[in-house]
Design a protein around this ligand. Structure first.
Ligand code: NI
Length: 136
């Protein structure tokens, strides 16, 4: 069942294509949303800054390159393509990209944005289900 204005219902999102649109390092770009989490892509180069997210876990999934994430007590996690790590809420961390690294980030949508984040890619669940069942 197709409804006018829902042509994005079957549009997939290509991570590599979204990354090609990123031209600044350390500037995440929102490419999707899952419930109350944003899916973002970003390019990293160099050292970021020590910080923590008091109430939010943060997931780093490496697409290309090699990412070091420094953690407290001289610990660190090293991620290569296909690997991810979730920095627990409240934990200090410092990402370091000695070469350019491309990542997917999954981060909580802040409550102030709730209800205000419907964009071109947002498809009502009934449309998704309708298109899926129609194609079977
Ligand atoms: Ni962080």
């Amino acid at each position: 069942m197709s409804t006018p204005g829902t042509t994005n219902a079957l549009a997939s999102t290509d991570i590599a294509a979204e990354l090609r649109k990123v031209d600044k390092h350390w500037t995440p770009r929102v490419i999707g949303r899952v419930n109350d989490q944003y899916v973002k892509v970003a390019k990293l180069l160099g050292e970021f800054v020590w910080h923590a997210h008091e109430n939010e876990d943060e997931m780093f999934l490496v697409i290309s390159g090699r990412l070091r994430i420094q953690l407290p007590d001289d610990q660190e996690v090293v991620l290569t393509p296909g690997q991810f790590y979730v920095v627990p809420r409240g934990v200090q961390h410092n990402p370091i990209a000695e070469e350019e690294v491309e990542i997917v980030l999954i981060e909580t949508v802040t409550t102030t944005h709730t209800g205000d984040v419907v964009g071109d890619r947002t498809v009502p669940i009934e449309d998704q289900l309708g298109d899926t069942s129609a194609s079977r």
